[in-house]
Ligand binder design. Structure first.
Ligand code: NAD
Length: 478
């Protein structure tokens, strides 16, 4: 049975209660996880608080070395961890390995940055008086993580939090705690003070809520749904806590008449169907110029037809089950809603329920055309393998439609014309624009959203600033 990782030790929940973690591929139990409650969250927060002194006393260089050591320790167990990830999340083993690599790359990035951030020296108008802007750790951080990328999205919080000298309590999604718990225990072997990294499992509304409401937590890093993020933002606003909110998306992809259509179809397919479409920055709406529409659609359809949902532990599998029944039903309802409003299914678009798929959460990838603008799949975030493709006249129409969304996370434009690329980059309402490339969150680049997609940034040196408090110090040396 899994245990929580608190104060450098494996611990059961205060209540002794557990719950089952279910394999999305076959409905079987993978393991039990401790059903944490507010007492457990408080215990983890106390452990993180107790570690602050030792964290503050550590040198920035030391913290960088700890992070490097963490990379080494996790890499040694990568395959085993990836298998646990596949069993609890449902993603194909190849994708689970890629997720582990992305996590390690992120930690390595912050290991390098730990001793390289800078404050500043400020000349002041008063005689013999100088200013220094120090940057200090904020204190106890909470990292609240969703189920779609449980490990990389934990790393985007642990990396900068530790590099900056904070301690952290991680709360994975209740359905995907197993890999995260193992990884946090391994990270702690790198030599960080006991309690610097804690990981607790249990319901978001109980354990996560305590992390957000507890005054000892000074910084909340949340990734998840926009509705949950709004609530967390309200609480943090009231309590004047530092908060970043990485929320949902409905990323547009624009394919111009001068695009490399083959490449656009290839990366558009991966952009939408990777992780079974359960990605915040998945391509969720495609706008194609009239003159290349048929060619693009044919190429896209041919690629989508190659996906055959199958056993995610088989290394040859590209697409596994969806993470949960609820998730499968929701994308199914969004597709049905679009079809009922006159859309056409060029490929697939139904739940897979034959004998082969009797257990688990299976869905046939879908490609839709003629989807009206008021369909749910256009207006809401769609978190599954279904993609609507729209025909547009020109870039102005594409940009207008791309921006007609509550969300603003990622976006892309496919064109050989630098003017088009620049115009789109300037006018798209999104935190990220990719030109002729896959929607991918590079560790080196700031990543985050505008509008309902959130506030603040993860990744890059920019994210480190969200874990540091600037302090103005005025020195009179006269
Ligand atoms: P979710 O909001 O349901 O849950 C996210 C986390 O919040 C979980 O750990 C959950 O237990 C916890 N939680 C739930 N209620 C809480 C509360 N009251 N207080 C504190 N914590 C609480 O999201 P999900 O369904 O797990 O994840 C999918 C969503 O995440 C999608 O909308 C997706 O777009 C978004 N997402 C965004 C990004 C990004 O970087 N912008 C990345 C990945 C996923």
């Amino acid at each position: 049975m899994a245990q929580m990782w608190i104060a450098g030790e494996w611990q059961d929940s205060a209540s002794g209660e557990t719950y089952d973690i279910i394999n999305p591929a076959n409905g079987e139990k993978v393991d039990n996880a401790p059903k944490g409650n507010a007492d457990d969250a408080r215990r983890a927060i106390a452990a993180a608080e107790a570690a602050l002194g030792a964290m503050a006393a550590s040198s920035a260089e030391q913290r960088g070395l700890w992070l490097e050591k963490m990379v080494e320790l996790v890499r040694e167990r990568k395959q085993e961890l990836a298998e646990t990830l596949t069993k609890e999340q449902g993603k194909p083993i190849g994708e689970a390995n890629t997720e582990m690599e992305h996590f390690l790359h992120g930690l390595h990035f912050y290991a390098g940055l730990a001793s390289k951030y800078r404050g500043s020296y400020v000349p002041l108008p008063a005689k013999d008086t100088y200013g220094i802007v120090m940057k200090q750790p904020i204190g106890v951080c909470a990292g609240i993580v969703p189920w779609n990328f449980p490990i990389t999205l934990m790393g985007t919080k642990i990396g900068p939090a530790i590099a900056a000298g904070n301690s952290i309590v991680v709360k994975p999604a209740s359905s995907t705690p197993l890999t995260a718990l193992k990884v946090c225990a391994l990270l702690s072997e790198a030599g960080v003070p006991k309690g610097a990294i804690n990981c607790i499992s249990g319901p978001g509304g109980v354990v996560g809520e305590e992390l957000v409401q507890n005054p000892k937590v000074r910084r909340v890093a949340f990734t998840g749904e926009s509705a949950t993020g709004r609530h967390i933002g309200e609480v943090c606003g009231r309590m004047l806590k530092r908060v970043t909110l990485e929320l949902g998306g409905s990323d547009p992809m624009i394919v111009c008449d001068d695009a490399n259509v083959e490449e656009a179809a290839k990366w558009g397919t991966i952009g939408r169907y990777y992780n079974n479409g359960q990605a915040c920055l998945a391509v969720k709406r495609v706008f194609v110029f009239d003159s290349v529409y048929e060619e693009f659609l044919d190429k896209l359809a041919a690629r989508v037809k190659r996906y055959k949902p199958a056993d995610p532990l088989n290394p040859k599998t590209w697409m596994g089950p969806m993470h949960s029944r609820a998730q499968r039903d929701e994308i199914g309802e969004q597709v049905e809603d679009a079809l009922a409003r006159g859309a056409k299914a060029v490929v697939g678009g139904q739940k897979l329920e034959g004998a082969e798929y009797a257990r688990g959460n299976w869905f046939a990838p879908a490609l839709l055309t003629d989807v009206p603008d008021d369909a749910r799949i256009v207006k809401e975030e769609s978190f599954g393998p279904a993609l609507p493709v729209f025909r547009v006249r020109d870039l102005d129409e594409a940009l207008e439609k791309a921006n007609a969304s509550d969300y603003g996370l990622g976006s892309s434009i496919w064109t050989r014309n630098l003017g088009n690329a620049y115009k789109a980059a300037e006018r798209i309402e999104a935190g990220n624009v990719w030109v002729n490339s896959l929607h991918y969150g590079y560790d080196e680049m700031p990543f985050g959203g505008v509008k309902a997609s959130g506030i603040g940034r993860e990744h890059g040196p920019e994210a480190l600033d969200y874990y540091l408090e600037p302090k103005g110090v005025v020195l009179n040396v006269g």
